[in-house]
Write a protein that binds this ligand. Sequence first.
Ligand code: ATP
Length: 376
Amino acid sequence: MQTYLVGGAVRDKLLGLNVKDHDWVVVGATPEEMLERGFKQVGADFPVFLHPKTHEEYALARTERKQGQGYHGFSVYAAPDVTLEDDLKRRDLTINAMAETENGELVDPFNGHTDLRNRTLRHVSDAFCEDPLRILRTARFAARLAPRGFTVCKQTMDLMRRMVSEGELEHLVPERVWQEMQRALHEQSPTVFFDLLRELGALTVLIPELADPLALEAGLRALACIHKHEGSTAQRFAALLSALPEPDAVHRAAAMKTPNDCRDMTHLVCLFMTELDGISKNGLAPQQALELLGRADLWRRAERFETLLQTLACTANPSLYPILEQLRAAADAASGVNPRDLLAQGYKGKELGEAIQHERLARITHALNHSQQQEG
Ligand code: ATP
């Protein structure tokens, strides 16, 4: 039985980066032998084991055989006769298909080290076609490594383009797409991910609404800006869709099965973008501010309002910044209304609700007058 360090750890060591996870491949062992040595099996489908002390992942060398279209058509084959090279061959990119022996020697049957030196992302073999998720993974590594000068080689671009035109992406379940996309949103240059997918014709399959070049351009600009501010996944995704009409954006966020906070932020950002457009011509009126703050659910979730403002600041035209400031001033003022005080004054039921809104409006009016005077 031999053990090899594989994948991302070997790649990142050669790139001089911090290694986060160590993944190992075990050749020449059976599941029973692993269990006898104290390893614990994880995952029902794949023969992966956790080391009893380090808790790092040890996978039995495996190959995959495809039987039908898409992700579901695979059968995994792991047996003591599967070699390290068999295992490396099923990996996506050559820079991810290197291994290291226990003595620190590099095992590199697909010339990953040369590609790494030449800053090239290249598929290992035609088996790349067996899993369309690899298109997204390649775009994600491009987004991570583009600042270091990496590009995808022509052969891999051609192969991915063919996979897209043959409809392979349509077989991916939304959960897998989202898992890759949300990781991509946090890579070094997230815009590279979407630019590459656009070039491949893949973006129109994954997010058809972004086929409109203007919406895509505005979305990417907003994404780059929010990325600089270390925005959350929800902010990044909302920024990307920010130039779409609100119903389209909300529909896409739901169809992609994004988490609730992503759907919520997408809905709010697109809604406010539309509303702000109207306001810019006429100036922000107190009643309008009250309604907008209500729609953002400010009264129960003040933190979310801050996140929204930050996202809008990256999304909106700079001419709208003064309105964002007015909204913040209105929110600060209205948040000071304490329903308990009004309750103590004897308001109840419907009257209490009206009194709260009345008081909020009064404070917003005062705050907006004050901010306009200061601007003046
Ligand atoms: P990261 O730094 O993002 O974790 P990683 O390379 O460690 O990068 P993982 O998703 O943890 O990425 O995968 C570990 C290794 O497994 C990869 O380096 C790659 O060799 C292989 N791999 C993972 N997913 C696939 C896939 N869908 N197709 C082919 N190979 C894959």
